[in-house]
Ligand binder design. Structure first.
Ligand code: CP
Length: 315
């Protein structure tokens, strides 16, 4: 582990990240999966490294997962929630971050509601920046954990057929998955209401198909996205019942297709809307594997972005 180095200095998104870099991160992710199965799950790799988690937007999985990954690597961890900070008194992102930077942090993990916030942050600080989700832009570690889960299930990504179903327009998970899966040679088809699929997305190299049954028939796996009511204006979906009937992944719908489809969901789940409980809790759903793989892949990202820095500074 760790003898290969990645070329990126920050992880602000998967757009432009090379196949070699993704392969190295995933391979090390599998190594950390094994560490997470051991009785003692902690390694001393990032001893003495300071990481701050800045969450300007709500999170359950990503925040816990990053904190756990940092602690498993023995980093010193500080967590910051915008709700309990001076951001509420009008402090700008730049001032908040420069103050934190003055405290000599080595890495900043940030979730922010504004698309591009992580890229902007990388210009303000010389710490390593890891994007934990920036508005509707990207969520690179989610896509990496999705790919780790798919690789674990199928044994390969090259040529794998993945459907991404739901509200593509408002989804940072969709965009990062598109960049990551295409870089790894997978085939991607997007499916959802026409007005929730960006018009020029096929220029990225994906297919678009509005018929969910055709996508299920074609795909090896589907990644089901939630309907992001908080990012939408009122009335973009005529009714939840109509959405469920047209695009919802129900047991009844899956049983019409005589195949073993693997189902992913990044969470949080709207049960009974984009996916039914019988599917989400079934053996064909790998949603909880995704959560465990999230810790492993975030350990890998932290390791590869921070270990070389530690060695450089020690030299
Ligand atoms: N998948 C995901 O990003 O979940 P959280 O919003 O709970 O972090």
């Amino acid at each position: 582990m760790g003898d290969k180095t990645i070329s990126i200095k920050h992880l602000v998104g998967l757009e432009g990240v090379s196949r070699d870099d993704i392969r190295i991160i995933l391979d090390t992710g599998f190594t950390f999966r094994e560490v997470l199965e051991r009785p003692i799950k902690k390694v001393p790799t990032l001893t003495g490294i300071n990481v701050v988690n800045l969450f300007f937007e709500n999170s359950t999985r990503t925040r816990i997962s990053f904190e756990l990954a940092e602690k498993r690597l023995s980093a010193d961890v500080t967590s910051f929630s915008a709700a309990a900070s001076s951001v509420k008194k009008g402090e700008t992102l730049k001032d908040t971050v420069q103050n934190i930077h003055a405290m000599k942090m080595d890495a900043v993990v940030m979730r922010h509601p504004v698309p591009g916030a992580a890229i902007q942050l990388s210009h303000f600080v010389d710490a390593v920046v890891i994007n934990a989700g920036d508005g509707t832009h990207e969520h690179p570690t989610q896509a990496l954990l999705d790919m780790l889960s798919l690789q674990e299930k199928f044994g390969y990504l090259e040529g794998l057929k993945v459907g991404i179903i739901g509200d593509i327009s408002h989804s940072r998970v969709a965009l990062s998955n598109i960049f990551g899966l295409l870089a790894m040679g997978a085939k991607v088809t997007l499916c959802g209401p026409g007005h929730l699929i960006p018009p020029h997305v096929s220029e990225l190299g994906v297919e678009v198909n509005g018929d969910v049954d055709e996508v299920i028939e074609w795909a090896d796996a589907v990644n089901v996205l939630r309907i992001q009511r908080e990012r939408m204006g009122v009335g973009l979906i005529p009714s939840v019942r109509e959405y469920r009937s047209q695009f919802g992944i129900s047991l009844e719908r899956l049983s019409r297709h005589k195949k073993e489809l693997i189902v992913l969901h990044p969470g949080p789940i709207n049960r009974g809307v984009e996916i039914d409980s019988e599917v989400a809790d079934s053996d064909q759903a790998i949603i909880l594997d995704q959560v465990l793989n999230g810790v492993a892949v975030r350990m890998s990202v932290l390791f590869h972005l921070l270990k070389p820095r530690e060695e450089m500074e020690a030299a």
